[in-house]
Design a protein. Structure first.
Lengths: 298, 161
């Protein structure tokens, strides 16, 4: 007896709809990739709006989006938010002079940045006074929404040599030995670990062309882990973590992020090419001691 | 001739749906798309005198909403962000252990979305490197990663909601 679901030409009905869905998915993905290329391949170029419009229409056919918000409601909300702009527009039409909303906005933007600039100046002065460094030798790593000041790259962690082929890994006796093997001369290795922990393993690996160095310590059933992960040398921007439960801890001119998760302390920071992490069943005091020991003597 | 406000309102109601969809195709976030569209109309209002006389107002609107959407994507990409959500709600203990990272990703993510998140967050690839790995352009990688992040965020918020 023939299979009720089987079409002698197309196969199972289910297979046919799966194939169609798969084809539609491919079409959607192709169109989305086309859109990405149109938008981003030439970052300084103007987008051809006719081409863009046509592509968006094809996407709407291949992959319809859910209904947008109600335009009338959106317009009413817009009117509520921008009553001043409409008033200015109407006044101008009527020939009544009125101060430009745009100028008011520019002034508001400037005032908004003023306190941040003031904080940066104060911090800059505080670091200078504390460390007695020459101004141009100071590397001030301030994570802010506006800008970052970078000085000499000498304090940044850079991988200067790579002894591992892709896919290869190697063991070392100490974390410092592993870090030295990659020519990293910036301070990233702690010199003090809580005495209850014993080093069990230091391994470096080259995965997909990126270096990962890890050190594991144990104390009875508890572990302490230190990790350095290569993230590339083109982006020295600071790590940004936006979470109200995360504390910041400045040491060695670097902002470290501290977080407690079910008694486990974790610290994250970025230095040059490396994202660094410590995590383990230690106290906040102990993790700060570990961090401090990285920069002692620097 | 319509008053300024009448003209503006007609333009808003006529083009809002297409502009919203254009922004959505780029940022994949409804609230953000709405904000971008409103910001575009704010720009229109501030440049009303000039734009009102343009022949192709739709072209101007589309270009503006697209540029604002691109800026949002670029802003997100240029921040070297390591989301605490990513570090904690993904891998149980160690986000640098690659097997845990993949296993801990929500299963509702497609294989491609998981792969994008893995290559970017676990391996630390830039878009040029991801593009080489996946056989696409860096631009496509940027947008695919953005969509994966948005989908991941939605799943996490729904599961904790």
């Amino acid at each position: 007896m023939p299979d009720a679901g089987m079409d002698p030409v197309l196969g199972r009905a289910g297979d046919d709809s799966t194939q169609i869905q798969s084809h539609l998915n491919d079409t959607r993905e192709q169109l989305l990739d086309e859109l990405a290329d149109l938008l981003f391949q030439d970052p300084d170029g103007d987008v051809d709006t006719d081409q863009l419009d046509a592509l968006l229409e094809k996407l709407d056919e291949a992959d319809p989006l859910p209904e947008p918000p109600d335009p009338q409601e959106s317009l009413e909300q817009f009117h509520r938010r921008h009553a001043d702009l409409f008033a200015a527009m109407e006044a101008e039409s009527a020939g009544t002079p009125v101060s430009s909303p745009e100028k008011k906005r520019s002034k508001r933007k400037f005032l908004k940045f003023l306190p941040i600039a003031a904080v940066v100046v104060v911090l800059f002065g505080a670091v200078t006074a504390h460390a007695d460094w020459g101004i141009w030798n100071i590397v001030v790593r301030i994570t802010s929404e506006i800008f970052q000041i970078g000085g000499s790259s000498a304090d940044y962690a850079i991988i200067r040599t790579n002894p591992l082929e892709e896919g290869e890994q190697a063991s070392y006796d100490t974390l410092q030995e592993a870090v030295d093997a990659f020519g990293i001369d910036a301070p990233i290795v702690p010199h003090e670990i809580p005495e209850q922990f014993e080093l069990t393993e230091v391994v470096a690996a080259n995965e997909y062309g990126k270096i990962l160095i890890r050190a594991d310590y144990v104390s009875n059933d508890e572990v302490l882990q230190i990790r350095y992960k290569e993230v590339g040398n083109e982006d020295f921007s600071s790590l940004e973590i936006d979470d109200p439960d995360v504390k910041t801890y400045f040491e060695g001119g670097i902002k470290h992020y501290l977080l407690s998760d079910l008694g486990r302390q974790k610290a994250f920071w970025k230095n040059g090419e490396l994202e660094c992490r410590i995590s383990g069943m230690v106290s906040e005091k102990e993790i700060k001691m570990i961090i401090n020991s990285i920069y002692e003597g620097e | 001739m319509d008053s300024g406000q009448d003209w503006f309102d007609k333009i808003y109601l006529k083009y809002y749906p297409k502009m919203f969809n254009a922004a959505m195709r780029i940022v994949w976030d409804r609230q953000l798309a709405e904000d971008i569209v409103q910001s575009t109309f704010e720009t229109l209002l501030l440049n009303y005198d000039k734009v009102r006389n343009y022949e192709n107002i739709w072209g101007w609107l589309l270009k503006t909403v697209t540029n604002k959407s691109k800026n949002e994507i670029n802003r997100a990409c240029n921040r070297r962000e390591v989301s605490i959500e990513t570090m904690y709600k993904l891998a149980a203990d160690d986000p640098y252990e690659h097997d845990n990272f993949l296993e801990a990703l929500p299963r509702e993510l497609s294989e491609e979305e998981k792969r994008m998140l893995y290559l970017h967050y676990a391996v630390g690839f830039k878009h040029t490197e991801i593009a080489k790995e996946l056989g696409c352009t860096a631009s496509a990688s940027k947008m695919r990663l953005h969509r994966a992040k948005v989908h991941y965020q939605e799943l996490i918020e729904n599961s904790s909601g």
